[in-house]
Each structure stands twice: as C-alpha cells, then as structure tokens.
Design a protein around this ligand. Structure first.
Ligand code: SF4
Length: 370
C-alpha cells in the first residue's frame, strides 16, 4: 500500500461508500478507504475481499473505546430509532479521518452520504451539523450528492471536477444500482455497511450494558455480540451456538468470568459474567450449568442429570444438573424493555449538561466583567 493519497474516504463496505470512492478514482485521484471498527460495526476480515472486488485500498481503524465512551456518556445529537447515535457517529469518524490526512498527504475527505437518504443523519440540517461539528467544512466532499451541496474547496480548486460527479438525492436506490452495474461489480452490497446498533435483536443485547456500565468496557460489548444471551438481574450468560461462537467466547474470557462446559457430551461453551464483577451465588451457578446443558441435544434427551464443569474465580468444580431453560434465577433473552426510559434519561442528562455549561459560561463572563 503506497502511503500517499489524494483523499481519505469513510469506507463502511456499503454500496454508497464504495461508489463515493469509485467516482473520485475515476478522476485519476488516489483514495484510501478508512474502515472504522467497533463492537457495533466493522468487518476487518472482509477488507482483503473488498480491495480485490472494488479496487480500493482500505485501512482498518479501531475506534471502539472512544465510541463506547461517547455512547455511555451522551451522544450530543441524540439517539436514533434504536440505540444508534448516527450524527455523533459520523462526526467521530470524520474527526478521525481529518486527523489522519497529514500522515497520508491527503487534501480532502469523502463520504458516501446522500442528501435525504436516511431520516436521521442525512437530512440537510444533519449533514450541516456533521460537517461543522467534525470541523471538516474545508475538506469534506460528499461526491454522490455534491451537486445538492455548496461547492467545496477541492472542487473550487479544480482538483475534483464537480461536473463529472453524479447528482443523487432522496431515498431511491435506482441510480446507485445502475452505477454499480456500470462499474461491473460482481457483488452489490447493501446501501450501508451493516450496523448492529440499528438492529432490534442486537440493540436489545447492548441495552443492559448501555444502561448500567459506567466505564467504556470494550470486552463486555464484544461479549454482548456473541452466541445466545441470557440475563438474570446483573448476570449475563453467553452460550455458544457453534464452533466459531465457542472460539470467540474463549477469546473474550477474562479473570472473574465463569466458564461452563458439559462433561461427557458434545455441547456449547458458555461464559458467565456480572455487570459489577460480583461473584455468582450457588443458585446462579447451578442455573448457568442447567442452561448450558439444555443446549446439548444428547444431554437433554438423556432425561437425567448430567455433569457440567464450572471454572470460576474460586477454581474448578463439577455440578450435577438436569438440563433446563426454566431456571429459578430467571435467565431470559435480551429485550428492549427500558429503551424508552433510557433515552429519556439520557436526553434529560444532556439538557442538564447544556444548562450547567451555559450557567458556567455566564458566570465566567460576569467574573471577567467584575
Ligand atoms: S447506522 Fe451505525 S454506523 Fe451508520 S451512522 Fe448510524 S450509528 Fe454510525
């Protein structure tokens, strides 16, 4: 990978981000795609395939910790339909891109945003907020909808020929699909790159962490994406669905966790963790073991007790349990109950903070005048 480029691009792997790169490459300019990674989005394992399919150099950029911190704190521009802070998300990525321009000798940044395509983050007002708050007014070009926007410095200077850029706006996909066909893409991806924050099932997995964690715990959010998930109060049990899940769970394991493995039968690997690092009591351990065993068809069909090996902070032991998903502890799958309350609480917190900050500013003005 040559490290000098004309432009850095936000590259999600969605169709719009790919087309934005292609139309700039068509003008003889070099583009480096930045593929941002968090527990909620990003597919670093697809980078090689994308490079080959679409002919764009791509660099992974992990922003997990900073991103989770923003989510646990208060996204300044609010939260979308589920738990997606789209405007703040775009601002963060663009700020990162801006910070990387010098390293790659780039003179501008591109993004695949299209005016009117998304209800929250691609209204003109949001596009303006994103551009201003990310402080990229002088370097940001949105090539797919550039003609709906004010002319930018890279167009004014003649580096990018504005006339050759497409003129796309609105929710339709016809134009993007016909461009993808014209480029001869063998694989036409979905419009966006796939973000778990906008998916019901995944949003429910993240909600307990968003509501209760105080620190940006990347490992815990990664755990929330793996396997089947069951919560009982502040205890999470993640149960592998397949070999890949089992391997992931093993990688995510850390001190203080409980590991459940059924003995003498093939079955899943489970990991138990508390939100507040509290030890599990006897009933919770027995129920975690029963839940784990219930996902082994052979153990379940036996109809008698089976042995589950439990490794926890206090060492290893074996417990005898009847495989079951009906537990005294009440392990249940994640739900979106409490989403509305969480949003209201965050919105109020945001307002209080704004008020506090404006009082502080008033006070400092008064002090100066005194
Ligand atoms: S959908 Fe996800 S990745 Fe896309 S802008 Fe929104 S929060 Fe960010």
């Amino acid at each position: 990978m040559n490290n000098r480029y004309d432009a850095l691009a936000l590259f999600s792997g969605g169709l719009d981000s790919i087309l934005a790169c292609k139309v700039i490459q068509d003008q003889g300019l070099k583009v480096l795609g930045l593929h941002f990674i968090t527990p909620f989005f990003g597919n670093p394992e697809k980078i090689e395939e994308w490079q080959e399919l679409y002919g764009v150099d791509i660099l992974p950029v992990d922003i997990s910790r900073e991103y989770i911190k923003m989510m646990l704190d208060v996204p300044a521009h609010g939260i979308g339909k589920l738990v997606n802070p789209c405007v703040d998300c775009k601002i963060m990525m663009l700020r990162h891109a801006r910070g990387m321009m010098e390293e790659f000798g780039a003179t501008f940044i591109i993004s695949g945003e299209v005016l009117g395509q998304r209800p929250m983050s691609q209204r003109q007002e949001s596009l303006n907020s994103i551009r201003n708050d990310a402080e990229v007014k002088d370097v940001l070009l949105r090539p797919l909808c550039a003609k709906t926007q004010l002319i930018t410095p890279c167009e004014e200077s003649g580096l990018v020929d504005r006339e050759k850029l497409p003129h796309i706006s609105g929710r339709g996909r016809k134009e993007q699909l016909s461009m993808a066909r014209a480029y001869g893409f063998k694989v036409i991806p979905t419009p966006a790159g796939g973000c778990k924050l906008t998916e019901h099932e995944n949003a429910a997995r993240f909600l307990p962490l968003l509501r209760n964690l105080k620190e940006p715990d990347v490992n815990f959010f990664k755990l929330a994406t793996v396997g089947r998930q069951y919560w009982a109060g502040n205890k999470l049990l993640a149960i592998g669905r397949n070999q890949a899940d089992n391997e992931n769970i093993e990688k995510i394991f850390r001190d203080g966790d409980y590991v459940f493995e059924i003995k003498d039968f093939p079955g899943p690997f489970s990991l138990g963790r508390s939100l507040d690092s509290e030890d599990w009591n006897e009933q919770e351990i027995t129920d975690g073991a029963a839940m784990t065993a219930s996902f082994s068809p052979k153990a379940r069909n036996l109809g008698t007790e089976v042995i589950v090996k439990v490794t926890g902070p206090d060492g290893e032991r074996e417990v005898c349990v009847l495989p079951s998903r009906e537990t005294q502890t009440g392990f249940a799958g994640p739900s979106l109950d409490g989403l509305k309350e969480w949003k209201i609480e965050r919105a109020n917190f945001r307002l209080e903070r704004i008020e506090r900050e404006s009082f502080e500013t008033d006070d400092s003005v008064l002090e100066k005048n005194d």
